[in-house]
Design a protein around this ligand. Structure first.
Ligand SMILES: Cc1cc2nc3c(=O)[nH]c(=O)nc-3n(C[C@H](O)[C@H](O)[C@H](O)COP(=O)(O)O)c2cc1C
Length: 349
């Protein structure tokens, strides 16, 4: 079967693949530009971009400065090709500033989840940018589309459905995560499709984000009815991903039994690898830290067991002892560090 292209608003890519905007600094300008060149949607993760020292006194402006720089660099690296977007989590304290900076920087699309991105259309205004909420249930989507319609007369341009086995933060209860068969991508698709059809949005693409590591994985979710995929975990081991090689090796060597779920300072469960930091947290230790930025609206630095920003920066630097390694259930499919082109070549006819 020839894979279809992916049309979102006035954008189109050869393959139905969005590269997930993985923070911190994994989904950077280099990975996004490579994805666009190879025929997918490239996404820059907007979280944790700023210089650490400068962020201590001017967090929001410093984050904006580096985001604009990353967007510019990505455009240069792929010769101005589209579609280039950003991922901005609603849980971030500087959400509005990041959205407004993305508009100024002229991105093509914004993906927004980790909570309900209710004010996104207001912050984007009249800019010609595709808006793509991330949901894990038809109920969450219904709240978003009804609010957007009522307040802004705006529909989403695509919807991403994250399943219970995906990497990173999870919009499910622990009980559902233990029983993924009760909330599978197939089941969520039926609910999400119904919400979209009832709203008259039946032509708007719906994308699956969970455990996609090969062409056959893509074909499997297209057969359910999805229009494309968002790939996270599997792209972490690409040469182009922004993190240190030592951290890529941790992912490549990980086994399915190394994957676990802990409570994140974001306030949601998060799927991660059992690395030294996670083992310390699981045995009840609290990492001492002071927080000059308040990057998350939901985090209470006096109570949470560790600083997620510091832990994700440690992963980026290759500090295996202190890093947090977010990963999906398909981590074993990553068997080596590989050029991204190798994945995209398998999608050709
Ligand atoms: C290391 C890592 C970092 C992530 N960072 C973000 C992020 O900054 N914002 C976000 O909305 N989702 C984030 N995610 C979730 C991805 O966007 C994506 O939906 C998910 O990885 C798809 O499932 P998969 O990992 O099984 O491919 C992250 C996932 C991983 C594995």
């Amino acid at each position: 079967m020839k894979l279809p292209s992916l049309k979102i608003r006035n954008l189109e890519s050869r393959f139905p693949v969005i590269q997930a905007g993985m923070g911190v600094r994994i989904g950077n300008s280099v990975l996004a530009a490579a994805t666009i060149r190879l025929g997918g949607y490239g996404t820059i993760a907007s979280v944790g971009l700023g210089d650490i020292e400068k962020s201590k006194t001017d967090f929001a402006n410093e984050s904006n400065r580096v985001l604009a720089q990353e967007v510019k660099k990505a455009r240069e690296l792929c010769g101005g090709k589209k579609p280039l977007g950003v991922n901005i989590m609603i849980a971030l304290s500087n959400y509005r500033e990041l959205v407004e900076e993305s508009v100024r920087s002229g991105v093509d699309f914004i993906i927004s989840g980790a909570g309900l991105p209710l004010p996104l259309p207001e912050y984007v205004g009249n800019a010609d940018i595709a808006l793509i909420p991330v949901v894990s249930s038809g109920r969450a989507l219904s709240v978003i589309v009804n609010a957007w319609k009522r307040k802004y007369d705006r529909a989403p341009d695509a919807v991403i459905v994250e399943g219970p086995q995906n990497g990173g933060h999870l919009g499910f209860t622990l009980e559902m995560i233990e029983h993924p068969e009760t909330c599978s991508l197939e089941m969520i698709f039926q609910d999400v499709k119904k919400v979209m059809t009832d709203m008259g949005y039946d032509k708007i693409p719906i994308l699956a984000a969970e455990m996609i590591a090969s062409r056959s994985d893509i074909e499997r979710v297209l057969a359910i009815g999805y229009d494309g995929v968002q790939v996270g975990t599997h792209f972490i081991a690409s040469e182009e991903a922004g993190l240190d090689r030592k951290s890529k090796e941790v992912y490549v060597n990980a086994k399915r039994e190394d994957v676990t779920v802990i409570k994140s300072p974001v306030g949601l469960p998060v799927r991660v690898l059992k690395t030294p930091l996670v083992n310390r947290v699981l045995s009840g230790n609290r990492e001492k830290f002071s927080c000059p930025y308040r990057c998350l609206r939901t985090c209470n630095p006096g109570k949470v067991p560790f600083c997620i920003a510091r832990a994700l920066l440690a992963t980026w630097k290759g500090d295996v002892e202190n890093g947090l390694y977010m990963a999906g259930c398909n981590v074993e499919a990553m068997t080596k560090i590989y050029p991204l082109e190798e994945f995209f070549k398998t999608l050709e006819d």
